[in-house]
Design a binder for this molecule. Structure first.
Ligand code: CO8
Length: 257
């Protein structure tokens, strides 16, 4: 299938998506986000894909939502266009998603990276929520996911000043998993993806769900939820295979059943 704003490829069990709208620094206009949601859903349904990598260009991951698309909009048009429905589709992807970020991840670009499950950052990466400079505020998770990731003090400063943080600051703040030299970005991100992709798919799915649950529940409810998912995994073939392989001192072969 042809893609207009993405480059899509496969590397073993890893589905790779590259944002590709370089003339506007990968600005996330509606058609791009729609295409991204579609590709992600297709990969989510494809049993061959076990982990997904989203990346951008060397100079920019994504410079945010498309300002040109929004500049003349009014509230009613924004409401009726319901662009966040596409972001909701992205939020509902079950498979692990790794973002590999080089250069700018601003506004919606930062929000997209944060909607992923892990972030590998190049030394050149900058994360920011500059919407305040445009007279608006983050709209796709920038006040919620950022605050949960880096805490109130840093999130407040980033959202109220619009000033981006460097890869080093993002790592110190717990926003990114690791920082690597730009030339190793894809290699290192793929290494992480492959490591994840080798695990049992249903366990990955439920483990992701349980970790995300921690953000919107009490500890007691979260622990109950975790236990139920844990019990559930004992009805999978992969649990039998994983534990048998350990006992037999061999590598497990997970089939997603
Ligand atoms: N939207 C549209 N076009 C953009 C965007 C953008 N976000 N960012 C850059 N471009 C375009 C520029 O207009 C320029 O086009 P042209 O060549 O035709 O003039 C081209 O990309 C290159 O950009 P610059 O010349 O500005 O490149 P620089 O290297 O000088 O600067 C920056 C790079 C610092 C990244 C700069 O482009 C910039 O500040 N961009 C805007 C960043 C920003 O404010 N992002 C937030 C946008 S709002 C948002 O993300 C809200 C998300 C809410 C959810 C959305 C769902 C509706």
């Amino acid at each position: 299938m042809d893609h207009r704003f993405l480059k899509v490829s496969w590397d073993g069990r890893v589905g790779k998506i590259r944002l590709h709208r370089p003339e506007v620094l990968n600005a996330l206009h509606t058609p791009l986000v729609e295409e991204l949601a579609e590709v992600l859903e297709r990969m989510d349904q494809n049993p061959e894909v076990r982990c997904i990598l989203i990346t951008g260009g060397d100079r920019v991951f994504a410079a945010g939502a498309d300002i040109g698309e929004m500049a003349d909009a009014d509230s009613v048009r924004m409401l009726l266009s319901d662009q966040f429905a596409q972001w909701e589709r992205i939020r509902r992807i079950h498979k692990p998603i790794v973002a590999a970020v080089a250069g700018y991840a601003l506004g919606g670009g930062c929000e997209l990276a944060m909607a992923c499950d892990m972030i590998v950052a190049a030394e050149t990466a900058h994360f920011g929520q500059p919407e305040i400079n445009l007279g608006v505020m983050p709209g796709a998770g920038g006040t919620q996911r950022l605050t949960r990731a880096v805490g109130k003090a840093r999130a407040m400063e980033m959202v109220l000043t619009g000033r981006p943080i460097s890869a080093g600051e993002a790592w110190e703040a717990g926003l990114v998993n690791r920082i690597v030299p730009l030339e190793n970005l894809e290699l290192e991100a793929m290494k992480l993806c492959r490591e994840v992709a080798a695990k049992a798919p249903i366990a990955l799915r439920l483990a992701k769900e349980a970790v995300l649950k921690a953000f919107d529940t009490t500890i007691a409810d979260g622990l109950d939820y975790e236990q139920k998912l844990f019990y559930f995994l004992f009805s999978t073939e992969d649990q039998k295979e994983g534990m048998r392989a350990f006992m037999e001192k061999r590598r497990p072969h997970f089939r997603g059943e």
